[in-house]
Design a protein around this ligand. Sequence first.
Ligand code: EPU
Length: 422
Amino acid sequence: MQHFEVIGGNRLKGEINISGAKNAALPIMAATILVEGETVLHNVPDLADVRQMQTLLARLGVKSRRDDEGAMHLTVEDEMNAHAEYELVSKMRASVCVMGPLLAKRKRAQVAMPGGCAIGDRPIGLHIQGLRALGADFELVNGDVLLRAKRLTGSDIFLGGPFGSSVTATANVMMAATLAVGRTVITSAACEPELVDLAEYLNACGACISGYGTPEIVIEGVLSLRGTEHRVIPDRIEAGTFLIAGAITNGDLELIGARIEHMRAVVDRLRCVGVIVERGEKGIAVSSSRRLEPVMITTQPYPGFPTDLQAQAMALLCLADGNSVITEKIYPDRFLHVGELNRMGAHLRKEGPTVIIEGIKRLVGAPVMASDLRASAGLILAGLIAKGTTLVHRAYHIDRGYERIEEKLARVGANIRRVDAP
Ligand code: EPU
């Protein structure tokens, strides 16, 4: 098993290229199930989760390959199978994004229930509720969700849940509704930029979707969709992680391709901390040269502060000059990094979905255990500034969502390497 060895203390300086967004690429890849002919996707990141989606799609009859320039070509070759099995779904929750496309195109979707994961309970009731509202029959068979419909019919669907909107439920219902008969209106829809990207891909394929990026999405059903060429948006979570890397090391970075308009809440919080963040010529520039101010952060659905940057922000606030508070409103149990940061000398106290962060002068290196993708990123950031060596075990978590993170960080001056452990 591999781990990352990080020796803290280097100031990061230079440019980092931001990769395509994982959470846009995965649902768009799933959406190709709906489409006749070839789709060509540019800027799909080379990640473990993307390869996992390719494996799942291959089982479902969608052939995919990368060309010499790295573009991904996807074509449906066989529509017989509509079963996403537990063996694959349990490895990656985003597999659930095939549910809406399979149901709409193949009249049947059998998708294993993904179950819980390290960041807490992750139900899919809203996905099922939305697809049933389009006319699907639902059964639970051996732990699989089985949805069937001879035809789907447009409907008014409220998709708000106990924690607000759901990103992949909105994706599933929007994808299914593209081929339904008549008009679908989704209210309390998620507004994330990744959903805007998915809607733009679908519209380029011939779908008729409006209102995306707002809580009310309107979809007029069409008879068929045809393949197109599309460029995936830059990854705002990767960009946010590197913004914090610049801030935590008192560095000076430019994140090439990052879009500040997708990151307003993150930029706002970082500016309150005292970090300088500006729109650069080619992306976003970040620099920091003084003690950090403490702040309050509450994670929320977009355009609020993303839960996927909560662990990274916590690493930064460990070093602020005073007490900060982070409240997690999306996944109240997403705090496995708290104990690990405390092993590095942080002063963190968890009280329900809130963590109180008492700022300290410095973190110290330690062996720590990654529990999920974003928590691992938070631990690497802490390692960049800690005194001594930090070993972040279970590198595979990071590889699910960050493209060659150690190479990108090393190129701007970080002392980080990937180590093969016996
Ligand atoms: N929820 C329900 N019922 C549902 C679905 C969700 O109550 O049927 C709740 C969840 O428990 C959570 C909230 O709604 O409290 C939001 O969850 P959401 O459904 O939006 O999450 P998701 O679609 O499963 C996506 C990202 C996650 C990201 C969340 C929140 C993808 C592939 N995944 O998950 O990304 O944390 O939105 O922004 O887009 C990551 O990249 O590390 C990651 C976990």
